[in-house]
Design a protein. Sequence first.
Length: 279
Amino acid sequence: MALKTFKPYTKSTRGTILVDRQDIWKGKPFKTLVSPKNAMKGRNNYGRITSINRAGGHKKMYRHIDFYRKKFDMPAVIERIEYDPNRSCHIMLVKFEDNSHAYYLAPQKVKVGDKIENGTKKEIKVGNCMPLQDIPVGINIHNVEIQPGGGGKIARSAGASVTISGIDGNYSLIKLSSGEVRKIDSRSLATIGVLSNPDQKNIKIGKAGRSRWLGRRPHTRGVVKNPVDHPHGGGEGKSAGGRHPVSPTGQSAKGLKTRDNKRTDKFIIKRRNKRKDTK
């Protein structure tokens, strides 16, 4: 996929950069694999805001993606590659030999008409899904299960992939994009390849209206709010907040470690890389 720029006929088109979807399916999604999506718009069941700066947005239908790759040992043909408004990567509609259909995450380098398979001891080919124990070291994979049969949880966004860096008994060592290395049961499924739409990170929204289409409301700084709305609010005149930076709920916003899952710490071989200070 290439990026698409626009001539500066208006102020909004001057800075707009979008992904060119010329080769993507232009029609409607497969009817039996979609359902209405009732967006909560940042509110809970009482109508109270639980996620700020979210509301509105274009109406969407939810595409039911098969993260489990349920059909084993049955070849499938890629019928079309589609845009999905609910995620950053593209999806593909596949048709099995029994005439059933499913939506999968679409990796790069696949095209309409390609054949893919799920199962053990399959060919190392982009789009094929198999247990980690059947995949050689150094291969890029995505949609990786954390536990066997739990469905893909790791590497599901645009351009994402992880790498098998080694074997440790019944576990495979997976290197994540953050630099973290962790052990995952070798019976867990993973799909070969790097996910599609890697240029998603390079787009420029271009205008405020497009942010509203995506369901994003304007962001307001905490120091200009009232004390009832934010811990940094209030004060006489222009103030600096009067305390260290915190979230609207009072949680520290600078370097507080929120990861606390001692049950799974034993599976982490190497912690993720520390973020470099760019200032």
